[in-house]
Design a protein around this ligand. Structure first.
Ligand code: SF4
Length: 399
């Protein structure tokens, strides 16, 4: 019963119920080939992960790709932000036969440089709509689809709660913060279809499992033909991060929603294979009908201190980030019964946006950690000073 050891969070002993709903139904999505694998339309759900090493460090990243591939990762994603990363990617490609995906956040222009070396391009619609850019987002999507087509790559339209397209945020209906994510994804699908590019999948990620479920259900209802990449972003450290992910996946996969998954965990680079092990354990349990009890889900979801933390990637600005996340968890255990969310993020890409939604947020720079309360900046503190400062704020908030 390895899955129990992996999934059991402190203070909660989940019991599993046997359910015939566990046998996943297959949606009639399009097939999308990513290198040597195909997702969608009855193909097995693929498990993937992302390298947490500096992409420019060829030896470390090649070793990370090997570690993940040997653990069973069917796609390994790498972040690419600079020409040095591009050169490193070329060398990493020469060393591995793994299916590689590249993560383009603010640097969509690098697509043409990296596409010859990878099997999939991931872009984030939130970064294509800058008001400062002379090119429209439609121009950028046309460019990305053209590059992908030319180099035999699939595309993932990766919508993330911390960086939703700013032009959609104004549409936020009161009490409905899932709608901007879904609308953004649908808009990009329509544009790709219009361009005749259909080799794409979509992800709608949030750090709250309930919003992941809602966003993916709504999207799947509107576009049952588009394969979905599932994940709870910034799920945090195991075992809580695995449990949050499991809660979301159990409510989607048995209903035929989900064609590839990632379990995002805040663990050091050498422990990244845990993401694959956890993903396979969740899929095996769902296939066997071993699902969490509703009461256990309610217990875990209700009024508890929630630490969200990013899984780290090449963009982490200080390697002390993972250790800091662990120190925050240890130092805040006394507040476990208080419904407060603390976000710990590894860089400025998703850090400022994601910490906005937390009661207390830390986003880590190269030498200092930025502290926020309810979205308001409180200043930057050294890695030594930050913990007492955070605890001061937490204490005041609880009082
Ligand atoms: S917040 Fe930054 S470091 Fe963390 S996973 Fe996202 S991009 Fe990578």
């Amino acid at each position: 019963m390895t899955y129990r050891l992996i999934l059991q969070p402190e203070g909660l002993e989940p019991a599993y119920r046997e359910s015939s709903a566990g046998a996943a139904r297959t949606r009639a999505t399009r097939e999308v080939r990513i290198g040597s694998i195909t997702i969608g339309r009855g193909h097995p759900i693929a498990v993937q992960s992302m390298a947490a090493t500096q992409t420019a460090d060829v030896a470390a990243t090649a070793a990370q790709v090997r570690l993940l591939a040997e653990a069973g990762a069917e796609v390994v994603r790498l972040a690419v932000d600079t020409p040095r990363d591009v050169e490193a990617l070329r060398q990493i490609r020469a060393e591995t036969g793994a299916n590689l995906s590249v993560d383009l956040q603010e640097n969509y222009r690098l697509a043409s440089d990296v596409a010859p070396w990878v099997d999939k391009l991931r872009y984030n619609p939130g970064y294509l709509s800058s008001p400062r850019s002379k090119r429209t987002w439609q121009d950028k999507v046309r460019f990305l689809a053209g590059v992908a087509g030319e180099h035999d790559c699939a595309i993932r339209v990766g919508v993330n709660c911390g960086s939703v397209d700013p032009t959609k945020r104004g549409d936020l209906a009161p009490g409905d913060n899932v709608r901007p994510m879904v609308e953004s994804a649908l808009e990009h699908c329509a544009e790709l279809d219009r361009l005749g590019f259909t080799r794409y999948c979509v992800s709608l990620k949030d750090s709250d499992p309930a919003k992941v479920v809602e966003a993916n259900r709504r999207f799947a209802a509107a576009r049952p033909d588009v394969p979905l990449h599932l994940g709870v972003t910034e799920a945090g450290m195991p075992p809580e991060g695995i449990l949050k992910t499991r809660i979301a996946f159990e409510q989607l996969i048995p209903h035929g929603i989900g064609d590839t998954i990632r379990v995002s965990l805040t663990v050091p680079a050498e422990g990244k294979a845990d993401e694959i092990t956890a993903g396979r354990a969740i899929l095996a349990d769902i296939a066997a009908g071993r699902l969490l009890n509703a009461e256990d889900i309610a217990t875990f979801s209700r009024g508890r201190l929630n630490i969200i933390a990013c899984p780290s990637c090449s963009r982490v600005q200080n390697a002390a980030f993972v250790e800091l996340a662990e120190r925050v968890r240890e130092a805040t255990r006394w507040a476990a019964e208080h419904p407060i969310t603390i976000a710990v993020m590894g860089c400025r890409v998703n850090g400022p946006g994601e910490t906005d939604v937390a009661d207390l947020g830390l986003w880590c720079g190269p030498t200092a950690v930025n502290l926020k309360r309810g979205g308001e900046p409180l200043g930057a503190f050294s890695y030594e000073e930050i913990l007492p400062r955070l605890l001061e704020e937490l204490d005041a908030m609880i009082r």
